[in-house]
Design a protein around this ligand. Structure first.
Ligand code: ADP
Ligand code: ZN
Length: 790
């Protein structure tokens, strides 16, 4: 691993709290951090933001991020701030004082990311400002806005090419989730990225389970799905019309679900309020037209349901892709029927597009229909549409419960020949009536009661024949002419079936109950106790989110919650191993989380624990037995109470309980000792360092010998790190993190192997610094034998 990759990884872990890069993120970060421009095509939820956020933290200067929507910018900035990254956005709504502050923060180099709208970026005024600013990189998000092919064309995006000429030394990254070739060509052309490498990620979203069912009573089927498979989860339900949005939202509410409507017919105010509620609240369901979704970045949407079939695979992919952006199991559920298909066809035919465009739209609709009708892996079909070949996924309804198929050749032949006999001029309903031998006036008037195919399908029900028809449409054996009342026609492929040259396998005509889906997101919550912790953490998160006026997932995501429940961390060090918790979040919320988790550990079998607010306020008992330790702890504790009172805040905001314990264990005597203490970041050390040292110094000498040695080793290591960082012109944390240094000081490893066992010491580090560190440690041991070497 090169050093640069190592740094990127450390930031991923320390700042964002994630253990590994996903897909091609590592290569992308490496390229951009190294100063090269590139384009990135990655599906929604793939993790595009980190691709430029991490290089922004690695490079000098401020990263300028172009984003088309204020909501999108605000979301990103909120998430970055929560991770302790200094970032900001400027747009029409930013007050002038704030703009001035931002300019100052850029000037003094403290601001790492700045989000701007494209029109501001290309304004001469802003460019003149940038001329005198050190810019680390330009990131152009939603880069497809540059192209007229896309749906979100923004003319200002086309001017962004000037960045290449005006700032040739600044690397640029263009990111999008829109796949088609024309758009990609436009991005490269307008943004002057012709020479730049293109990183294309797989479009697979393995955590999404696809499920498609035939509609008979859509609302009821939806309710069953939510109740059985997604109780208490957040989701989006898409409907085709405003009317059905209202209707379905009311139906779900009436049945006790937390459902709200969203469509373009609602007032701006209601729309904003509902969108806001959706991003902020847990277990809320939005019922919406496709107007809903663009710019909504809620990673913990657990399901997306379609009550009508979307008009293309692209639409379906984009909409269903809003589920499970956090990588946890999520579901795409689709309910479709033939009427739905016909209606969409009609819309296309009656729409304003020219004939050529209509043909494209019809082809797209047919492709979507084929995904619904297929008996094969749905994911294989979806990905093939995006040019990706794959093997059956094992995580869609067809893979999980393979539909049994039967030889339907004879039935299909009957249908095809009947369509042919009635002159390919009649819709499905009519054809089926002829097949079933219905005695109807219209059929008589047309003389179709005399056809050889009249009544040859009398044994099958109307519903059965509709199923056969749908499958034939899906298989491309027939088509429905939308320009002619959906008259059924044979395609070229029908011929070989009619002549007996091709067998046709059909799915069972009677719909089988879809087996209860596996992989339910709630499944891991096995015990009642875990469920209680989960709920307690969720309400804690909701409360914090409200305090901070950010969406819950900005505090942290479900996956973090889940790890907290599973691992029940006991101390700050444990928290560092929890997914999604970087230094800043641990600093801020660590103490509260520990209190909460520990209250459950203590109340293992008892009923519910005291509510969090109570447990946090609960007077802390002196945990020490030894008289010296007791006195020091009490002195520190009293100081913290006093300080909290002075600042009008809660004691744990001054410093964590773990910090107090640590101060007693390591009893700092010098300022440098403070940097070894858990939970005392630079900010707190700067603020309270003097107070703490004044309290601790009288106790510094009475520390046990073993603890004194550890303190001594830590000093040595900290001095060494400062010197090494200076020699290598690197920030100190890039040499070893504080946590790692502490572990080294505590364990005093005597060999390379023992050193490598310590978290944060990988092969590369061991090779680079191992000898020096071991020498320091053993040097420290010699000193304990009596020598004074400092
Ligand atoms: P996109 O912009 O591509 O739709 P985001 O950048 O918003 O996706 O990322 C989606 C979610 O995935 C976010 O919650 C983000 O924090 C998370 N994420 C991104 N990269 C990783 C990673 N390497 N490990 C874990 N989670 C990640
Ligand atoms: Zn599959």
């Amino acid at each position: 691993m090169t050093k640069q990759r190592d740094d990127a990884r450390r930031i991923l872990h320390d700042v964002f709290g994630y253990p590994d890069f996903r897909g091609r993120q590592a290569d992308i970060v490496d390229t951009l951090a190294g100063g090269d421009s590139l384009t990135v095509l990655m599906p929604t939820g793939g993790g595009k933001s980190l691709c430029y956020q991490i290089p922004a933290l690695m490079r000098e200067g401020v990263a300028v991020v172009v984003s088309p929507l204020i909501a999108l910018m605000n979301d990103q900035v909120a998430a970055l701030r929560a991770a302790g990254v200094h970032s900001a956005s400027v747009h029409s709504g930013t007050p002038p004082e704030e703009v001035r502050q931002i300019a100052e923060d850029i000037a003094d180099g403290s601001l790492k990311l700045l989000y701007v709208a494209p029109e501001r970026l290309v304004s001469e005024r802003f460019l003149r400002f940038l001329d005198h600013t050190r810019v680390s990189l330009f990131a152009i998000d939603e880069a497809h806005c540059v192209s007229q092919w896309g749906h979100d064309f923004r003319p200002e995006y086309q001017q962004l090419g000037l960045l290449a000429e005006r700032y040739p030394q600044v690397p640029r990254i263009a990111l999008t989730a829109t796949a088609d070739a024309e758009t990609r060509a436009d991005i490269r052309h307008y943004l002057k990225l012709e020479q730049a490498p293109e990183f294309i990620a797989s479009f697979d979203r393995p955590n999404i389970r696809y499920q498609v069912i035939e509609k008979n009573n859509g609302k009821k089927q939806l309710l069953d799905f939510i109740r059985k498979e997604m109780p208490g989860e957040s989701g989006i339900v898409y409907c085709l019309s405003r009317k059905s949005v209202e209707d379905v939202a009311r139906f779900l509410s009436d049945n006790g679900l937390n459902a709200i409507p969203y469509h373009a017919g609602l007032s701006m105010e209601i729309r904003e309020r509902n969108q806001h509620r959706f991003t902020r609240e847990d277990n809320i369901i939005v019922v919406a037209t496709v107007a809903f979704g663009m710019g909504i970045d809620k990673p913990d949407v657990r399901f997306v349901a379609h009550l009508d079939m979307p008009q293309s695979i692209e639409h379906f992919y984009q909409e269903s892709g809003r589920a499970g952006r956090d990588g946890l199991p999520a579901a795409s559920w689709l309910c479709y029927g033939m009427n739905n298909f016909m209606l969409l066809k009609e819309r296309i035919m009656e729409g304003g597009s020219d004939d050529f465009q209509k043909q494209i739209e019809l082809a797209k609709l047919n492709a979507m229909f084929a995904v619904c009708e297929t008996a094969e892996c749905r994911r294989v079909l979806l990905l093939r549409h995006f040019g990706e070949e794959s093997a059956p996924c094992g995580n869609c309804d067809n893979c999980l419960n393979p539909p049994v198929r039967f030889d339907g050749t004879l039935l299909v032949q009957k249908l095809l020949s009947c369509i042919y006999r009635v002159g390919q001029r009649f819709a499905a309903g009519y054809v089926i009536n002829v097949l079933r031998g219905k005695n109807e006036d219209w059929i008589r008037q047309n003389g179709h009661h005399q056809l050889s195919t009249f009544g040859i399908g009398a044994e099958q029900s109307d519903k059965d024949w509709r199923a056969v028809t749908r499958q034939c449409l899906g298989l491309g054996l027939i088509e429905a002419d939308a320009a002619n009342h959906h008259a059924l026609r044979l395609t070229a492929a029908a011929k070989s079936v009619l002549t007996g040259g091709r067998q046709v396998w059909l799915r069972p005509l009677k719909r089988e109950k879809t087996a209860a889906a596996s992989g339910n997101t709630g499944q891991w919550l096995r015990t009642e106790r875990e469920e209680r912790i989960w709920q307690a953490l969720r309400s804690w998160r909701a409360a914090r989110a409200q305090d901070e006026e950010v969406p819950a997932y900005v505090i942290f995501g479900d996956k973090t919650l889940r790890e907290l429940v599973e691992k029940l961390p006991e101390n700050l060090a444990d928290l560092h191993d929890i997914y999604g918790l970087g230094e800043a979040k641990i600093d801020k919320f660590g103490e509260e989380l520990l209190t909460l988790c520990q209250s459950f550990a203590r109340h293992d079998t008892a009923g519910s624990p005291a509510s969090l607010t109570e447990t946090v306020k609960e007077p802390d008992e002196n945990p020490f037995a030894d008289e010296r330790d007791r006195r020091l702890w009490q002195a520190l504790y009293d100081w913290r109470q006093q300080q909290a009172a002075n600042e009008n805040t809660t004691p744990h905001k001054i410093c964590a309980n773990d910090s107090l314990l640590d101060l007693v264990h390591l009893t700092p005597a010098e300022p440098i000792d403070l940097s070894a203490i858990y939970g005392l970041g630079e900010v707190r050390a700067g603020q309270y360092g003097n107070d703490i040292l004044t309290i601790c110094r009288p106790f510094a000498d009475s520390l046990s010998d073993a603890a004194k040695q550890q303190r001594e080793r830590m000093r040595t290591l900290l001095h060494w790190r400062t010197a090494t960082a200076q020699a290598e012109s690197e920030p100190e944390h890039k040499i070893f993190s504080k946590i790692t240094l502490r572990a080294i000081a505590a364990k005093a490893p005597q060999s390379q192997e023992a050193l490598r066992d310590i978290h944060g010491v990988d092969d590369d580090k061991a090779e680079r610094y191992g000898q020096e560190v071991l020498a320091l440690i053993t040097g420290g041991a010699e000193k304990d034998d009596g020598g004074s070497w400092l």
